[in-house]
Design a binder for this molecule. Structure first.
Ligand code: PLP
Length: 366
């Protein structure tokens, strides 16, 4: 990377992204593989990600917010379904129908509102219905579920495309909640035999064929986060973050580095200052623990992560030069290892990547 290049650069490998989606689709076939592109495609760019997934064959997308769905509609054609997990709030009926979006109905009021919209239009409207089997977050409660099963007239005029639920602890294969949720979900799907059943997130896909039903809903695994934390990552690396070295300096005992003087040299040390900080999403909690990769060597973070800068001990790379790019995340430094060191998960690492980071989408023809 030349010195005229960006100070920090996120490279998104769309071919790897498409390969990850295809691998998940092949594993769960004949179940349909949807694509979760909420939170701007897990921070990587919902537009380019959505388009690449569409080209790979994805025809059902999920976002969280209605405005995410409206934005995504410009990137995927009308033959792809876009579902909104937040559900149908008052006065949103018109925008859903106009942009051909599918609400995930989360409570009886939302079902009634969508049914009223269908009656007004004289048209059957597509819907997903979300049933809560343990998350206690979104979806019909167990009591509301029983009521709907006993009286389906609430769904008259709607096309119930799919019933869905969401796993609580799918990344823990031995957690009894998994089996508990699947038993509850089986009973629900049996009550709506004409609808498809949508259940597994990324880690759920790896719990086995019992979890696939008619549609899987992977997110993190598509983006290269390990869906099987206890085993090696079966997914390809998608996101690489690099930042430029701004300065290199020599310090020695008793000099300190950064705010709070939390790191003190005990010997001659080469310090590289790079153009990435917590304003770019590099969490301050990784201070003193993070690692970067430079010329094939691992170089540790020293001192505190500040707003715009991180300081590295590059004593083991004496030729390090200002202008060079270091890898903060990518093939050498996995997103999961960054998350572990920062005390969070890979989802938060990706979704915090800041607006100041330049973006490069590799293999747009993927
Ligand atoms: C985010 C989300 C997913 C995808 O989860 P991953 O763990 O990223 O695969 C699937 N379903 C629902 C309802 C979600 O909110």
């Amino acid at each position: 990377m030349s010195e005229a290049g960006p100070a920090s650069l996120l490279t998104v490998d769309l071919a790897a992204l498409a390969a990850n989606w295809r691998a998940l689709a092949a594993r769960a076939a004949p179940a349909e593989c949807a694509g979760i592109v909420k939170a701007d495609g897990y921070g990587l760019g919902a537009g380019p990600v959505g388009r690449a997934l569409y080209r790979a064959g994805c025809r059902t997308f999920f976002v969280a917010r209605l405005n995410e769905a409206v934005a995504l509609r410009d990137f995927v054609t009308e033959d792809a379904r876009i579902c909104v997990l937040d559900g149908l709030m008052p006065d949103e009926e018109e925008i859903y129908t106009r942009r051909n979006l599918t609400p995930v109905l989360n409570d009886p009021g939302q079902i009634a509102r969508w049914q009223a919209a269908a009656i007004r239009r004289g048209d059957r409207l597509d819907a997903f219905v979300h049933f809560d089997t343990g998350m206690s977050r979104l979806g019909l409660s167990p009591a509301e579920t029983q009521k709907l099963i006993a009286d389906r007239t609430a769904l008259d005029g709607l096309k119930l495309v799919a019933v869905m639920s969401h796993l609580v602890s799918s990344e823990e294969p031995n957690n009894p909640l998994n089996g508990d949720q699947i038993a509850k979900f089986r009973a629900i799907r049996a009550a709506f035999p004409a609808a498809k059943a949508s259940f597994a997130n990324s880690s759920g896909v790896f719990l086995g064929a019992d979890y696939w039903f008619d549609q899987i809903r992977p997110g993190c695994a598509i983006y290269g986060i390990n869906p099987t934390p206890a085993a090696p990552n079966p997914m390809a690396c998608v996101a690489t973050l690099q930042a430029r070295i701004l300065q290199v300096r020599e310090i020695d005992r008793p000099q300190t580095v950064g705010y709070g003087a939390t790191w003190q040299a005990s010997r001659p040390t080469r310090v590289a200052t790079i153009a990435c900080g917590y304003a770019d999403g590099w969490l301050r909690s990784i201070s003193g623990r993070g690692q970067a990769s430079l010329r094939g060597q691992t170089v540790p973070f020293i001192g505190r992560v500040s707003m715009d800068l991180v300081t590295l001990d590059v004593s083991n790379v004496p030729a390090a030069q200002p202008g060079e790019m270091v890898e903060l995340m990518g093939p050498q430094i996995s997103v999961d290892s960054v998350a572990d060191l920062a005390g969070t998960n890979g989802y938060e690492v990706l979704t915090r990547l800041g607006a100041r980071i330049a973006r490069n989408y590799r293999d747009l023809s993927a």
